[in-house]
Design a protein around this ligand. Structure first.
Ligand code: FES
Ligand code: FES
Length: 214
């Protein structure tokens, strides 16, 4: 661009920057006007607009027992169990990391089965018995799995740790002496971005009475 903002374009139009921007502005307004003129009224009539009534959401009351305590909460049908646990009940041990069933950081035990709470609707948990990471320790005494995680330094950032500990507790409750293969399979639904896997496996081997591998 030359002095004075003139454009040296080969077209010779001599469009300067200010004119160009003004033109763009006019173009945008023009487009908006055109859209409204051509589409405005008709579009508004033809597009179904959710009425206040249709936007009303039917809430559901969900009752569940978490770590031995009974809770009753109002939820939308789309609300996840993880959301209820963390945001409504303040049990923030289960973590929302991926939020789509890939990492296992949100794992809880629901009616004796480990589940990804981010992939479980709260309404599905109605009447359920749930154990979260907060339910492992008894008053001031950590669960043996939690003690072993500390002793083996089995975490770095710790985001995956609640999920791993819940899964390992469940695994050992059901199979107190799992083999290395069973341990690997049991932990396969949980991811650790920090790469603490060898230490987590050491925890499992020790608790299974198989320290040193097999
Ligand atoms: S947060 Fe639920 S699986 Fe990752
Ligand atoms: S310790 Fe950081 S993700 Fe596992």
């Amino acid at each position: 661009m030359s002095e004075g903002g003139k454009n040296n374009s080969p077209s010779g139009i001599g469009l300067n920057r200010r004119k160009f921007l003004k033109g763009m502005g006019t173009g945008l307004i023009g487009t908006a006007t055109l859209s409204k003129g051509l589409l405005g009224e008709e579009t508004e009539e033809k597009t179904p607009v959710a009425s206040a009534k249709s936007r009303d959401i039917t809430m559901a009351t969900v009752t569940m027992t978490i770590n031995g305590k009974r809770y009753s909460v109002e939820v939308e049908p789309r609300t996840t169990l993880l959301h209820v646990i963390r945001e409504k009940l303040g049990l923030t041990g289960a973590k929302k990391v991926c939020g789509r069933g890939e990492c296992g950081a949100c794992t809880v035990i629901l009616n004796g089965r480990t589940v990804y709470s981010c992939m479980t609707l709260a309404v599905e948990a109605h009447g359920a018995k749930i154990t979260t990471i907060e339910g492992l320790a008894k008053s001031d005494k950590l669960h043996p799995v939690q003690e072993a995680f500390i002793n083996h330094d089995a975490y770095q950032c710790g985001f995956c740790t609640p999920g791993f500990e819940v899964v390992l507790k469940d695994l050992l409750d059901k199979n107190p002496r799992p083999t290395l293969e069973e341990i690997k399979k049991g932990l396969s639904g949980n991811l650790c971005r920090c790469g603490a896997y060898p230490h987590v496996v050491d925890v499992a081997l020790e608790l299974a009475g198989r320290k040193g591998g097999m």
